[in-house]
Design a protein around this ligand. Sequence first.
Ligand code: EPZ
Length: 423
Amino acid sequence: MDRIVVTGGGALSGQIPIAGAKNACLTLMPATLLSDEPLTLTNAPRLSDIRTMTTLLQSLGAEVTALNGGRVLALSSHGLNNHTADYDIVRKMRASILVLGPMLARDGRAIVSLPGGCAIGARPVDLHLKALEAMGADLELRDGYVHAEAKGGLKGAVVDFPVVSVGATENALMAATLAKGTTVLKNAAREPEIVDLAHCLRRMGAQIEGEGTSTITIQGVDRLNGATHPVVTDRIELGTYMLAPAIAGGEVELLGGRMELVAAFAEKLDAAGVSVEQTAAGLKVTRKNGRVSAVDVRTEPFPGFPTDLQAQMMALLCTATGLSVLEETIFENRFMHAPELMRMGAKIDVHGGTATVTGVERLKGAPVMATDLRASVSLILAGLAAEGETVVNRVYHLDRGYERVEEKLGNVGAKIERVREHD
Ligand code: EPZ
């Protein structure tokens, strides 16, 4: 398996282009299942998770063609001939559950494997299922698969989510576009990826109001048409690379970055003493001399501080002056990076969902390993500020969510390389 080797030291300078959002693309792709006309997604990221979703959709009989080196995805579901999402694919990527709502809405039936737990927590899908049941679906759990049926189609309903869930909101939103009557999603997720999905569905002819707020109202239509849609900028890739000059020092402009995508995160950087400025081309992040200051962070659904930037922020705070408290409220097991950062000399105490970080003057390079993609990239960021060499093993996770990390960071002056290995 490939490894990434980072040699710390040295300020960064230059520009990093930010790709389309993985988590938006992973919900936009299944939207093809709602229509028999073509859906074209531009600004798609080139990631292994996108290839996994491609394989899943193709296994259902959809056509997915990557054009322009993978930047454009041409999708068509006119020849859908299988309604079973197999365990072998679903177990690789939890976002596979997002085919359930659209398939059920269009054809009245779907069989989808349950994804199971993952490295960051139990992550049930009960809210997805309850929303579809509220819309009249009959669900049965057999042999690890959800067998879903909606004879005569789905019906509009009021769905009040007890917990804010990005995926459940996406599944319900897609399903509701073809349900009979009006659906109201209350306590809906407000993430930019949900807004992007609503924009795409509207281009396909759906009637949706309120995306970006916690109440989304959908008026069902008989059919959806084809569309072309650009994938929104990846706010997590953006935030991750904003941390590179924050940790290593220097000034880097993140091309395509917009403040409203990362406002809560940028506020914390500002409090830590890192400057973030909107430019015509993106966001410019600058850290000159001295260490950053400690700040407290609590993860929350959007517009709060994103859980997907918690690991990377922790890497920064490991070198701050003073004591920072990080509280993870979204996932129960998302501090797996802490022991690895500690191997690099960080001082971290984890108690349940809270990590207390006492900043040190300098981290030290070490061989490290991570079990999810945000944890992996946090170790690369830490490596930028560490003395000596950091070797990040199991890069497989990284490739799920970051395209060519070594190239993007190398272009702004980081000493980073990928060592290819064939197991
Ligand atoms: C999405 O996961 C993202 N994945 C995650 O990105 C992200 O961390 C998460 O949202 C939160 O922002 C994709 O978009 C593909 P949730 P999702 O449903 O939709 C609980 C990354 O690194 N819950 O909003 O699965 C759940 O266990 C990743 O790119 C239920 O209890 O997250 C969690 O505690 C990892 N029942 C909370 O809700 C359900 O049916 C929020 O999860 C669904 C969720």
